[in-house]
Design a protein around this ligand. Structure first.
Ligand code: PXP
Length: 252
């Protein structure tokens, strides 16, 4: 069975917020993704509200019929939003105001006490909890011991190594292969601990196949590349094409 695809639709809200207006509608975007075969919708509500707003979470909770995964930082403010809206899953991510996008995984080893308390409250509220971590064994083991049900392995490093022609030959190809192995070993380890394994960040139509072939990874969260293609092809087709890439990779 091929891995699931949750489409991250933050950038539909990025366009809307560029004009602080009502279009494009993220609800329409979510429905189209679902109709095209996506298994879920992912959004990241950031402290600075640069794209997704509080109201979006409320509306998405009402409209998403597949699976709603909300990424958030480990703050009291975000905990309250999660408890009030009850998404299917919360993914805990690191966040800093200056970053363009999430930079690397959450250091669960360094923030044990805060995270343990937040995970307990989320799970008590019936929410499935995931941690976005680098493919590093100590981080995965700590995520498990803090009560996480899932880890989402950060593929940012892999994405950088596979940008453009970098990974086509020589040293670039070797480094990309080494990073695939690191992600593979991390996925096998997390799976062995009884965790669900997801992956995401910077994945594209071109680089997702190698990771889709890792059977322990059962979910992908992909946004920027799908929304970028959708500008030219339409969202329905862009989602269908990503699902096909994941299927092909799984066969490979
Ligand atoms: N997973 C996590 C935890 C993220 O923070 C992001 C970006 O918001 C993604 C997946 C999706 O990354 P991209 O937009 O590069 O596909």
């Amino acid at each position: 069975m091929s891995a699931k695809l949750n489409v991250n639709i933050d950038h539909v809200a990025t366009i809307r917020e560029a004009r602080k207006t009502i279009e494009p509608s993220i609800i329409t975007a979510a429905v189209i993704c679902e109709q095209a075969g996506a298994d879920g919708i992912t959004v990241h509500i950031r402290g600075d509200r640069r794209h997704i707003q509080d109201r979006d979470i409320t509306l998405l909770r009402e409209c998403v019929t597949t699976y709603l995964n909300v990424e958030m930082a480990t703050t009291e403010e975000m905990l309250e939003i999660a408890i009030a809206t009850k998404p299917d899953a919360v993914s805990l991510v690191p966040e800093s105001p200056e970053e363009i996008t999430t930079e690397g995984g959450l250091d669960v080893v360094g923030h044990e006490t805060i995270i343990r308390a937040m995970v307990k409250k989320l799970r008590d509220a019936g929410i499935f909890v995931s941690a976005f971590v680098d493919p590093v064994i100590t981080q995965i083991e700590m995520a498990k011991s803090l009560g996480m049900q899932q880890v989402e392995l950060c593929t940012g490093e892999y994405a950088d190594l596979t940008l453009g022609a970098k990974s086509a030959h020589g040293d670039g190809a070797m480094r990309a292969a080494a990073e695939i192995k690191r992600i593979h070993d991390a996925a096998v380890h997390a799976h062995g601990l009884g965790m669900i394994v997801a992956a995401g960040h910077g994945l594209t139509y071109r680089n997702v196949g190698a990771l889709a072939a890792i059977s322990e990874i059962t979910e992908f969260n992909i946004g920027h590349n799908i929304i970028s293609r959708a500008v030219f092809t339409g969202l329905y087709k862009a989602v269908e094409e990503m699902i096909e890439k994941i299927r092909q990779g799984t066969k490979g």
